[in-house]
Design a protein around this ligand. Structure first.
Ligand code: GDP
Length: 359
């Protein structure tokens, strides 16, 4: 699937850069263009591999918006034309879809990405997707509240929102901040493989996935998730039937970008590896298992030929919002929002009975 990427905010820019670099390193050529947009100049200056666009210079002078996502929204609204102009040539007729990438808990990405998605939808006929990063549980309440509002808005505006929970791909005991680099690498590999898997590969049989299957899987709208797992392939094809089942199971149950999201409207299973190591029977078995597990009758499947000693399973779920993890997050965001309002509402403080009067 040929894509144009636009990263908004710090996380959006960093992840976009990783994705573009991974795609180039692997020689996939799925990423047609990548742009990073931010109100913080230093964040843009740290990027080397993507084009950059500073916004809001007249309001915040390149210093960013802190955690103020309403300001992030306003700045994107005022400078939207500049951003859209910067896209000319990147969203060529060859792009099958646009992905707007952002951390939903901050300011610029959280507030700006939904506005950008909304405007892109008015202009382009190709699907506009969001790749949204949810704050980890240990991040502060402002991040949770911001992400709740941003997610609600972006999920409404985008054709689908692929969610990555910052808690899902980091190792136990590691702080989220310390893990960003590794999480970003994982995002780049997995999402990069998804883009590439929707590319026709010359000279390989018909079971290769094409971009319309990715788009059809995301057609359910709402929330999408992505899971991945891999294991060393064996010489013996009977063993590989078992390996395909194992990696498909792990990809869905433990390797997913949003933990415990297993109910979905549609799914796509891509098995990656050397074509001769991919057993048809294993792929069919894994696909029907995925049908049972997700409760979806629309499970697509295909192979992705990759020069590797391993067999990998990539599982994309569409319409996966009925998830316990997501409900817990929205609850956390609501509570955080209430707490923020309590903290900032002087009238409430005045009537707070726990405070003693001076006289
Ligand atoms: P913005 O620049 O104002 O849009 O805000 P940030 O992008 O810095 O932060 C928004 C959210 O993204 C926070 O919840 C952070 O946890 C998360 N975040 C920041 N940097 C990274 C990163 O490099 N990788 C990942 N996965 N998440 C990040």
């Amino acid at each position: 699937m040929k894509v144009a990427l636009i990263g908004v905010g710090q996380a959006g820019g960093k992840v976009t850069e990783r994705l573009a670099r991974f795609d180039a390193d692997m020689g996939f050529e799925a990423v047609q263009g990548a742009l990073a947009v931010n109100s913080a100049k230093p964040d843009l200056q740290s990027l080397e591999f993507v084009d950059t666009q500073l916004i809001g210079a007249d309001r915040v002078n390149g210093h960013g918006v802190g955690g103020d996502n309403e300001l992030g929204t306003e700045i994107m609204q005022s400078d939207i034309q500049q951003v859209l102009n910067g896209l000319d040539g990147r969203v060529t007729s060859r792009a099958d879809a646009i992905f707007v990438v952002a951390g939903l808990g901050g300011g610029t990405g959280s507030g700006g990405a939904p506005v950008l998605v909304h405007n892109l939808q008015q202009i382009y006929d190709i699907p506009v997707y969001a790749l949204g990063i949810l704050p980890g549980q240990n991040e502060g309440s402002l991040y949770q509240a911001n992400a709740g509002r941003s997610l609600k808005t972006i999920a409404r505006e985008a054709d689908a929102t692929l969610l990555i929970d910052n808690d899902s791909w980091h190792e136990q005991g590691e702080s989220v901040e310390g893990a960003f680099d590794r999480i970003n690498d994982k995002i780049a590999q997995r999402v990069g493989l998804l883009f590439a898997s929707g590319e026709a590969v010359e000279g390989v049989g018909e079971s290769v996935v094409d971009s319309s299957e990715v788009i059809n899987t995301l057609r359910a709208g709402g929330i999408a998730t992505l899971g991945y797992a891999s294991e060393v392939a064996s010489e013996d094809s009977a063993d590989n039937i078992r390996t395909v089942m194992t990696v498909a199971r792990q990809a869905l149950l433990t390797g997913t970008s949003l933990p415990n999201a297993t109910t979905a409207d549609s799914a796509l299973l891509v098995i990656a590896g050397k074509p001769e190591a991919i057993p048809r029977k294993g792929v069919e078995k894994a696909r029907s298992w995925l049908e049972d597990e997700t409760g979806s009758m629309q499970v697509r499947g295909g192979d992705f030929p990759l020069e590797s000693d391993r067999l990998g399973a990539l599982v994309l779920l569409g319409g996966a919002e009925r998830s316990e993890r997501l409900e817990r997050f929205m609850e956390r965001a609501r509570e955080a929002k209430e707490a923020e309002e309590r903290d900032t509402d002087p009238a409430e403080e005045l009537t707070d009975e726990r405070l003693e009067n001076l006289f």
